[in-house]
Ligand binder design. Sequence first.
Ligand code: SAM
Length: 403
Amino acid sequence: MTTAARPTHVEARVEIGSEDDAETGVEARVEAGAEARVEARVEAGVEAGVGRTALLVAAARAIETHRADALARDPYAEHFVRAAAASATWPVRPADVPGGDADPLWGRLGRYFALRTRAFDDFLLDRAAAGVRQIALLGAGLDTRALRLAWPPGTAVYELDRPAVLTFKHRVLDSIAPTPNPAHRADDRATPKAARRGDGRTAANAVRRGDDRAVPNVARRGDDRIAANAVSRGDDRAVPNVARHDDDGPDAVRRPVAVDLADDWARPLLAAGFDPAAPTAWLAEGLLLYLSRAAERRLIAAVDDLSAPGSALAYEAKVGFESGKIRANPVYTAARERVGVDLLALFDAEPRPDSAADLTARGWTTTVRTPFDFTRRHGRGPLPEPDDALAANRWTFAEKPAP
Ligand SMILES: C[S@@+](CC[C@H](N)C(=O)[O-])C[C@H]1O[C@@H](n2cnc3c(N)ncnc32)[C@H](O)[C@@H]1O
């Protein structure tokens, strides 16, 4: 395992001051002497509010990665955790968690996140095995599926999240050494079935970045909009890496799209190269809980509008109302008191919409599962407990039938 270099002000200045400011949505202009202020604002994007939840999930994935019975492995996760001041001292290995699985935060909630990662890894790889080549991760956070799973050639993975989260993510990925793709390990029983069909190619630096080593920094992020700008300037090195895919290259093209998912995100997604005529596997993992009722309904409508027949969507939601006893569950209090993630304050307080019913009304087929179904399937993960903070969680799998 390589060690992540801590980001510096210089790296942040390059990131912010580069020509992709408009793409990332970073509002600040870098002026002489303003670097520290600007960096603080960018860091706040991942370290505060809902951004910090992405670090929380990354820490859970880091711990899971080092378990003998890991449900999923993410060699990048600990680098993100170590690179942000807010999370630099959080655990990243099972040995860092004295209570083990009994610890409400890193044991129970951590294993929940690992199980969720695995269930949605399997969903996406299953859709890829069925022929889908367009993946859209809504609220991708610090997820590295584009880099750590074995995708069929020609797969594009769109990562949609807030500008500051993606800026942090790129900075960390740019700061670390090459990391082998765990999906290419022949002996990895924890790797999902479709990933095990990987051909053993070793991931290189270029795979981690989602692009070709010869491509300049702005294009390494796989953002067609950035590439298109460079192409219009006559810089052919910035051609999106989908055209460069070969046996030494990445399994998938990674295309970050910096957006507010409560706003109009369809246009930026289309501008990034998304093809609404091709079937898509969508994932909204750990996202809808933070959106208002109206924003969730708009998001479902947009997914439907952008989905060709044969598309599929998986998402996490909560049903019903969580009582005072459930809200006092140690999972919530430990997250708030020990790592400063106040999930109950971040969750939208409105009654949740019934998106499964909404999708059914739009002609999709839906299957709603509890996380515990997957615990039983895999033989590990959280099981129900009294006044359970996970009891209302549902994972829905929906398909838009092909004609
Ligand atoms: C709990 S994290 C989950 C990240 C990722 N899916 C994972 O499981 O690792 C929630 C993510 O949703 C993103 N998010 C929340 N509200 C958003 C919004 N309105 N627009 C874009 N992203 C948002 C956050 O920035 C964060 O990265």
